[in-house]
Ligand binder design. Structure first.
Ligand SMILES: Nc1nc2c(ncn2[C@@H]2O[C@H](COP(=O)(O)OP(=O)(O)OP(=O)(O)O)[C@@H](O)[C@H]2O)c(=O)[nH]1
Ligand SMILES: [Mg+2]
Length: 407
């Protein structure tokens, strides 16, 4: 039977070179092994890690060697992290953070996942849940001792700060899922204003075709760029005009779709002409808009700014103002990163908030503390589900089935 033979005694947490192969002498690879005895391992159980050369055939060979012993099987999706969670090495929020970190395709997304992994949200949610549990315990003890206890006003005073804290966690949560994936940015405007030139100037290469004739760009062109730590996914689009027909019209329809679904619109105008009245309705299509007043090198005098929108004068041809535009873009998205960005967490926080709202409404209607206690208990329960206490198996299934094999 094949074996993995270390060249030295396996000390805990010390990497040792080893030979993976058949005792007869044919070997598969020279590997490194490290033994992590529980509980000081990722899963909390005894764990051996084998590092081999990065060829899938070598990996298959070693897995075959281990499988042939009949002592091991391949892990299921997320099984390592699931075991770590079940062995209390991390709470569910942190386990989900591992999945989010592995799955992130953007620097911002990695940042957000890391803060979740560090346990910042776990700590905050834990404090809020304990506060709510404390209040219900107090209300309930009044029933038993029949003493004069907390009244509705007291409860209201103590619930309000918890609700405010949940409100602040949920602030920006809507946008956070997009931040996690990267800011979808559309460069749009009338034909020939210099959209493709600006796109090229921003990404720093001649990716899109630039031409003095109108209607050059037909298909949406996509590029990814990190600016001051924020990920932007740029789309250069066909010029919008109302009288287009044929393939140009089809290009414009794609632009309109991109406008409505993007997180940021860079609307390019020719500084000599400014924003035409018919263009105002495009400007308001997007969630956020920055106007790039292009071709300032051809302008005599000052550009006319469109009120209500941040406007940056640029010359895509000379590169003037392009850095200012990029800084304005990053600034629009680089405020405090929202801590809550996974749907499951947003949903549970909203439910908890709803229960607290119902509790506050009960206080206003003069209902007794026992009615309020039910709502508070419910809210505490939602927060417990966030960190993974009292979980049903199917929630674990949902969380870990999104992981890849081997984590
Ligand atoms: N002087 C000057 N010319 C520019 C500037 N930006 C673009 N141009 C010129 O304007 C013309 C059109 O540029 P494009 O970048 O193709 O414009 P576009 O908006 O992508 O055009 P369509 O895709 O056809 O809608 C080209 O001849 C560019 O060289 C600028 O800042 N200054
Ligand atoms: Mg173009």
């Amino acid at each position: 039977m094949g074996r993995i033979t270390p060249h030295a005694r396996l000390e805990p947490h010390v990497q040792v070179p080893a030979l993976a192969g058949e005792p007869s002498g044919s070997f598969i690879d020279q590997v490194m092994v490290v033994f992590h005895p529980g509980p000081r391992s990722y899963t909390g159980e005894d764990l051996v890690e084998i590092s081999c050369h990065g060829n899938p055939l070598v990996v298959d060979g070693i897995l075959g060697l281990i499988g042939a012993t009949g002592l091991a099987r391949l892990a299921h999706r997320g099984e390592f992290t699931r075991r770590a969670f079940l062995n209390r090495k991390m709470d569910l929020l942190q386990a989900e953070a591992v999945g989010a970190l592995i799955g992130s395709t953007s620097a911002t997304g990695c940042d957000m996942a890391r803060s979740l992994l560090k346990g910042e949200l776990s700590h905050r949610v834990g404090v809020l849940r304990d506060a709510l549990a404390g209040i219900t315990a107090e209300i309930e003890s009044t029933f038993i001792t029949e003493e004069e206890g907390v009244d509705a006003l007291d409860i209201r005073e103590r619930i309000l700060p918890v609700k405010t804290a949940i409100d602040s966690l949920l602030e920006g949560a809507q946008e956070s899922a997009r931040l996690y994936a990267g800011i979808s940015t559309t460069i749009a405007g009338a034909p020939n204003v210099g959209k493709s030139s600006l796109f090229n100037a921003i990404i720093g290469s001649d990716r899109a075709i630039v031409h003095h004739e109108e209607g050059t760009t037909r298909d949406v062109i996509r590029e990814h760029l990190i600016i001051e730590g924020v990920d932007f996914i740029f789309h250069d689009t066909a010029g919008i005009r109302e009288t287009a027909s044929g393939p140009e019209q089809m290009g414009i329809e794609k632009t309109m779709e991109a406008l409505a679904s993007c997180d940021l619109l860079i609307y390019v105008v020719d500084a000599r002409r400014g924003v035409a009245p018919f263009e105002r309705r495009w400007l308001s299509q997007a969630r956020r808009t920055i106007i790039a007043m292009n071709k300032i090198d051809l302008l005599e005098g000052e550009p006319v700014c469109e009120s209500g929108y941040e406007t940056v004068p640029v010359s895509a041809r000379l590169g003037t103002g392009v850095r200012d535009l990029m800084t304005a873009m990053a600034r629009a998205f680089s405020q405090d990163r929202p801590r809550v960005f996974l749907d499951r967490h947003i949903l549970l926080l909203r439910k908890a908030r709803r229960s607290l709202d119902s509790c506050l409404a009960a206080a206003r209607e003069g209902l007794t503390p026992d009615v309020m206690a039910m709502d508070i208990r419910q809210a505490a329960q939602e927060l417990s589900l966030m960190t993974g206490e009292n979980l049903e198996g199917d929630i674990l299934e949902q969380v870990f089935s999104r992981f890849c094999v081997g984590k």
